[in-house]
Design a protein around this ligand. Sequence first.
Ligand code: SAH
Ligand code: MG
Length: 224
Amino acid sequence: MADWLDDRILAFDPEVQRRLTRTIRQQFAAEDEALQAVHQRALAEGLPPISVRPEEGHMLHFLASLIGVRRILEIGTLAGYSGIWLARSLPAGGTLITLEQDPRHAAIAREHFALAGVADRVTVLEGAAQDTLARLDGGEPFDLLFIDADKESYPRYTEWGMRNVRPGGLILAHNAFRNGKLADADPDAATLAMRATLDMMATHPRLLATIIPVGDGLAAAQVR
Ligand code: SAH
Ligand code: MG
């Protein structure tokens, strides 16, 4: 049966893919000195190399800017790299709240937000997201929720977002492809949770969603 599996795209070998990614990075997603410094320092501090890539950070910035964000919530701060891309889409007086359970990550991220000149609009809330989200539940709604922490909790984070993101706002979730594991025949618990999240986004009548195939996949849902 004919389908849309596209040989021309499947023919992108890794080297071609690398060159295309480099083009996007240079043309649209160039890091300034602050972002470069934060990336280098996160690695030097021994943090895991799992920050969003520049083109993913830029996609976050692009989407946030399109919808005119004033209030953003991020789950999973790490070194603050994605947070800087997000914070840079905020107008004066806007806020990014970012949740992080590891005190060392939180401390490094605070330094990085200062280094990037966005500390005035960013609050790092320490603790397990399960607890900090319970405190934020039912408060002032957010324009954008970016989920990038423990994969098993993505379905609950997404449900939280449906209660706390304003109509027209966005729920974004990183690692939709799980480095390819999304399509595994023998899925682990995190992959099953990602599939459940994507199912919810794809089928819920209040969500309009897709996966933006940048980097490791950015699941994106607009709350109607
Ligand atoms: N968004 C970051 C990367 C986040 S990595 C960036 O792209 O720059 C995931 C982070 O989530 C780690 O720092 C980890 O400590 C944190 N984390 C994992 N589970 C968590 C939880 N349940 N609550 C809060 N933070 C959590
Ligand atoms: Mg991630």
